[in-house]
Design a protein around this ligand. Structure first.
Ligand code: COA
Ligand code: AMP
Length: 651
């Protein structure tokens, strides 16, 4: 190009930047040429062999990123930093108020411990493509196990500790692991929860038989061991040969993470290796604004996607120090715990769920405990997992005096769909909105016919395919369910399952789910799964579970049951049974504490239960009488039943 033409283009570019702003410029780049954009981002990670194609669209709708590339997740998380001179920098700080301990590990130490445990897995015959279930509390060994699997090309599937044996068994049967790695106990506040009886029960329930269980014995509880199957973590490490990183395909699964679907059978979200490394590393700088060497903390659990992405993988890909916190926002020992951790470890950015902030605020409304700590290094507070109510956002902004970023994503996406991208350009905040689409995401609000809604009109939140790297390529060994669950509503779009709108400035507002998923204390649960449990009670003829508003947890489940004629037990006894059954079958994390007996359930003429209307009544919202209702007389009965248990109060 002629010099004059170059100058004109450069000048035009400058003007464009001025008009568009940095965020818009980056967003446009990613939209215009996703391959160039994500190809450039991929240059920032280590590859044994680079990709043949950045985006492979040869088998639509199964898009794949970086086909032909060879890499390793663990190498990118650990070895690469040791080799680049970060060996003596802290990689992981385990802060555990429940055991009154803090453990620090440098990148070199963590790499060596991971290599040693990878050697243990190898010695047990576990290798490339084998699955390993990890059922552990928030101990460093959970992260070590995950990274060790990745090191040898095995696929991990971490199961959250708050799930009951039946849920664990379902996951074992789907993932068919060769081994399970677990610990003898988790500590929930002041309660010690022995894990092994739960694990043994799950193994009994599961049809798939696991060859090996590797148990980390914690001092709080000694787990009983089954000879021939169970081995002790520390004994297994003795004399073991450390394992090196194995090159794997960019498209190989790094992990499977089960999440609630619309039935009791969870969905096995698959995370492909290459895209995962690229997207998460990119996100640390561009979304969170965090540099290598800085301390980053996600106060979540390794059992959730936030734990996978932002306790273990992203901070390590970026060469940060990650904090793993074995405690709660309150009660360990007080509502100042989060501020104490930020101050003690020099955290620059942290990530938690709004529910945790509500719990802190409830106990320390004026944030008096904040004054005890030096938060001078702290630059940003990130919130996700559920809708952030404007009150909570405002409280955080006022008390912390740093940017508070509500960002929206899901287990399936693995990283944020919408966020204020602090590393690109800090945009003005609008309370109730997770800001705008992150570069790489084409979010659209569609009506039932697939037409785009006008600004400010509520519709289904969809994402135009292809999804960016790091997102789910499919569900574990279930392409059909993947397509059915996410891709069939409108061709060429991914269904998020969320409903909401976009305002005139492109800010996204995520209002509710379009399915039966509810969000309890930032935990995603299926009311359909709970209904399956209630329906199994011998005295229950019919049932429905809805999520009702809760000041602390955002939502909590509430059950409605119709008893069979001639039911044996009293209403009170049935309700008690139901509460116990959900705890036993799904787990304490479901927080199912209330159910009410009604004579009948409101339905449409075609027999569909009107759960949405029931929810509105329970939450004392105005509702329209559904045109398709079978018998309008039922709604006052429902309202009355709800009032007797404290819901549906007139404002
Ligand atoms: N193992 C065993 N049981 C567990 C568990 C685990 N890993 N995690 C939770 N549970 C149990 C709890 O002990 C509780 O049992 P209970 O009914 O006997 O009291 C139940 O499951 C519900 O737990 P939880 O949702 O944590 O509620 P809580 O009342 O104990 O605490 C909060 C409330 C708000 C403090 C807590 O939910 C919280 O910290 N939430 C933040 C969630 C989060 O970070 N999510 C990740 C997305 S970013
Ligand atoms: P999970 O897969 O457990 O991360 O849950 C994902 C779901 O949580 C999303 O589909 C939303 O319904 C909800 N969610 C997560 N983050 C937000 C947010 N910032 N605002 C509104 N809803 C959110």
């Amino acid at each position: 190009m002629e010099a004059r033409a170059v100058a004109v283009v450069a000048e035009f570019g400058k003007q464009l930047v001025n008009v568009m702003g940095r965020y818009e410029e980056v967003y446009e780049q990613a939209q215009r040429d996703p391959e160039a954009f994500w190809g450039a981002a991929a240059e920032d990670v280590f590859w044994y062999k680079k990709w043949d194609r950045v985006l492979d669209d040869s088998n639509v709708p199964f898009y794949q990123w970086y086909t032909g590339g060879l890499t390793n997740t663990c190498y990118n998380a650990l070895d690469v930093h040791v080799e680049a001179g970060r060996g003596d920098q802290l990689a992981l700080i385990h802060d555990s108020p429940v055991t009154d301990s803090v453990t620090r590990m440098t990148y070199r130490e963590l790499r060596d411990r991971v290599a040693a445990f990878a050697g243990v897995l190898k010695a047990q015959g576990i290798g490339y493509g084998d699955r390993v279930v990890i059922y552990m509390p928030m101990v460093p060994e959970a992260a070590i196990s995950m990274l060790a699997c990745a090191r040898i090309g095995a696929i991990h599937s971490v199961v959250f500790g708050g799930f009951a044996p039946r849920e664990l068994a379902t996951r074992i049967d789907d993932a068919k692991p060769k081994a399970i790695v677990s610990a003898s106990a988790g500590i929930e506040g002041k309660r010690v929860i022995p894990y092994k009886p739960l694990l043994d029960e799950a193994c009994e329930l599961a049809e798939h038989k696991v060859e090996r269980i590797i148990m980390l014995q914690r001092p709080q509880v000694e787990a009983p061991m089954q000879a021939g199957r169970d081995i002790d973590w520390h004994n297994a490490l003795r004399g073991v040969e450390p394992a090196e990183c194995v090159p794997v395909k960019a498209t190989d699964p790094c992990y499977i993470l089960y999440t609630s679907g619309t039935t009791g059978i969870p969905k096995g979200v698959v995370r492909a290796t290459g895209g995962h490394i690229v997207a998460l590393k990119w996100s640390m700088k561009n979304i969170y604004g965090v540099e290598p060497g800085e301390v980053y903390w996600a106060a979540s659990d390794v059992g959730w996607v936030v734990g996978h992405s932002y306790i273990v993988y992203a901070p390590l890909f970026q060469g940060c120090t990650t904090v793993m916190f074995e405690g709660k926002p309150v009660g360990t020992p007080d509502a100042g715990a989060f501020w104490r951790v930020i101050a003690d470890h020099g955290v620059v950015a942290m990530f938690t769920a709004p529910t945790a902030i509500r719990a802190i605020r409830k106990q320390d409304p004026n944030a008096d405990l904040l004054a005890k700590y030096d938060l001078s290094k702290f630059r940003a507070q990130f919130l996700a997992g559920e809708r952030c109510d404007p009150d909570t956002l405002k409280w955080c902004q006022e008390k912390l005096k740093v940017p508070v970023v509500d960002h929206w994503w899901q287990t399936e996406t693995g990283w944020a769909i919408a966020s204020n991208c602090l590393g690109i350009e800090e945009l003005p905040v609008k309370a109730g909105s997770p800001t705008r689409s992150v570069p790489g995401w084409d979010v659209q609000i569609l009506d039932p016919t697939g037409q785009q809604m006008k600004p400010n009109e509520v519709g289904a939140i969809m994402i135009k395919l292809p999804l960016p790297p790091g997102t789910l390529p499919t569900l574990w060994q279930n392409d059909e369910r993947f397509v059915q669950s996410y891709l069939t509503d409108h061709e060429g779009y991914y269904k998020t399952g969320d409903a909401g709108f976009m305002d005139d400035d492109g800010y996204i507002y995520v209002m509710s789910r379009t399915d039966d998923i509810i969000n309890v204390a930032g935990h995603r649960l299926s009311t359909g799964g709970m209904e399956e449990v209630l329906a199994a009670h011998p005295d229950v003829a019919e049932c429905a579970v809805i999520g009702v508003a809760d000041a602390l947890k955002g939502q909590v489940p509430l059950g409605f049951v119709v008893l069979k004629d001639g039911a044996v037990k009293s209403e009170a006894d049935v309700v008690k049974d139901l509460v116990d059954m959900v705890r036993e079958k799904i787990g304490p994390v479901a927080a199912f504490k209330q159910a009410t007996v009604v004579k009948r359930l409101p339905k449409t003429r075609s027999g569909k239960i009107l759960r949405g209307t029931m929810q509105k009544i329970a939450d004392s919202q105005t509702y329209r009488m559904p045109a398709t209702i079978d018998d309008p007389e039922i709604l006052p009965e429902i309202e009355q039943a709800l009032q007797t248990i404290g819901y549906a109060q007139k404002k």
